[in-house]
Design a protein around this ligand. Structure first.
Ligand code: 6PG
Length: 475
């Protein structure tokens, strides 16, 4: 019996996805560059469903029904190109080659064009949810041709996470759209994580113990902040180091790693002129944490307050921090979704933002109660930006005082809060009737005759700054 799908790459994500297909009753052919890994998967999980263990790429291809569906779960970058080169000569018109890694969407666009010329559908698919998600139901963001989704969609929807019975998988858009949306998901993931870190820093600066902070996160997880990342934060905080008896977090080096997706999100925002400052700050926060030379040079030198916050009313302080975290989260989501809106326009994708928010409600790393609300807001209103949503206008208005108090205390105490601060700057910029950009325009016209526009007349203008300072209309 032929297999419905092939999975290439038997590292943990690949083997877990293969097991997910198998446990849903799909016959799945598996292949890994070294056969030992395939054998190991067979030995440990072969009983879970209908697997075909292929020793060679040829065997894998021969074991698949047509049009063939092959999902690559290999390291993004060179390994993906090498795998494509291996399989393309073996495939036929109409076959579907899927990249389920965290590929850079511009690579996906390039690969899609190259394979389209050969009659092969190349489908870039964002897969979120980590190892557990891959096994039990990830959130899946497929791009590529709409035609390929007809063949592939039902399989992916079947293995995806479900929210109230609805699959967390929907067709996103052509070529790199799926990987673009996954990239933005990860950018939001970065800011969610950094925001949680900032809340932790503030609570600790106020003298709370790690177990107390863990309990606060657990409490927050029952309300508006309900989310997977808040939930696992409590678990991470609860972990006690076996060697020292201290909270594990106190013996973990404070240098955050990254594999690229957050950085790409910030880069593309710059490229497309989208204000994504909260997410970008979360990327920079990882960069500064991972700059040992810079930190070693400056840490002993730079002066300032001692990063403790004297709190009179603990409950009120905790509530302010919660509001700052929630508001910053809303801003980061609005920035990420705005990048999707602008990216879709740039690349001609018809992305339904409500549908994206819907498939993020379960399975993925950023799954959160807020996403249900966001998808409802987008479905009910025609929004340019999430912050326009009537219920959010109101709630952001209600939390902003607590958010400002939190930042006032953070700044006075010297606790760094790059995401909270950037998010508030965004909020205040967006609500400002006038921004000092008028002054920048004046300066630009002064030193470079770059011209400016007037509030009361059409056209562009220039002042003869080094002459009689008269204004002329340029066009
Ligand atoms: C997910 C995660 C996953 C991966 C990230 C981590 O959605 O399941 O985002 O894709 O864990 O790539 O990225 P960093 O290593 O850059 O933190």
């Amino acid at each position: 019996e032929l297999a419905s799908i092939g999975v290439v790459g038997m590292a943990v994500m690949g083997s877990n996805l293969a097991r997910n297909f198998a446990s849903h009753g799909h016959r799945v052919a598996i292949f890994n560059r070294s056969y030992e890994k395939t054998e190991k998967v067979m030995a440990e999980h072969g009983e879970e469903g209908g697997f075909i263990a292929a020793r060679t790429p040829e065997e894998l291809v021969a074991s698949l029904e047509k049009p063939r569906r092959i999902m690559m779960m290999v390291k993004a970058g060179a390994a993906t190109d090498a795998t494509i080169e291996t399989f393309v000569p073996l495939l036929e018109d109409g076959d579907i080659l899927i990249d389920g890694g965290n590929a850079y969407y511009k690579d996906t666009q390039r690969r899609e064009v190259a394979l389209r010329d050969k009659g092969i559908h190349f489908v870039g698919v964002g897969v979120s949810g980590g190892e557990e998600g891959a096994l039990h139901g990830p959130s899946i963001m497929p791009g590529g041709s709409a035609h390929s989704y007809e063949f592939l969609g039902p399989l992916l929807e079947d293995i995806s996470a479900k929210f109230n019975g609805e699959p967390c998988c929907t067709y996103i858009g052509t070529d790199g759209a799926g990987h673009f949306v996954k990239m933005v998901h990860n950018g939001i993931e970065y800011s969610d994580m950094q925001g949680i870190g900032e809340a932790f820093s503030l609570l600790r600066a106020a003298g709370l113990s790690v177990p107390e902070i863990s309990d606060i996160f657990r409490e927050w997880n029952t309300g508006e902040l309900d989310s997977y990342l808040i939930e696992i934060t409590s678990e991470v905080l609860d972990q006690v180091d076996a060697k020292t008896g201290k909270p594990l977090i106190d013996v973990v080096v404070d240098a955050a790693g990254q594999k690229g997706t957050g950085t790409w999100t910030a880069q593309i925002a710059l490229e497309l002129s989208v204000d994504l400052n909260a997410i970008a700050e979360s990327v920079f926060a990882r960069s500064v944490s991972s700059s040992p030379d810079l930190r070693a040079a400056l840490q002993p030198l730079l002066q300032g307050p001692d990063q403790t916050i004297a709190v009179e009313d603990r409950a009120a302080f905790v509530e302010d921090v919660r509001q700052a975290l929630w508001a910053s989260k809303v801003v980061a989501y609005s920035q990420g979704l705005d990048l999707i809106r602008v990216g879709a326009k740039e690349y001609g994708w018809e992305i339904d933002v409500a549908a994206v928010a819907k498939i993020w409600r379960a399975g993925c790393i950023i799954r959160a109660k807020l996403l249900d609300r966001i998808s409802n807001e987008y479905a009910a209103n025609s929004l340019t930006n999430l912050l326009e949503a009537p219920s959010l206008v109101e709630d952001m208005g209600n939390v902003q005082a607590g958010w400002r108090r939190t930042l006032g205390q953070a700044i006075a105490a010297g606790v760094p809060t790059p995401v909270f601060s950037a998010a508030l700057a965004y909020y205040d910029s967006a609500r400002s009737p006038r921004l000092p950009a008028f002054l920048i325009q004046g300066q630009r016209d002064f030193f470079g005759a770059h011209t400016y526009r007037r509030v009361d007349e059409e056209g562009t203008f220039h002042i003869e700054w080094s002459g009689d300072r008269s204004e002329s209309k340029v066009d």
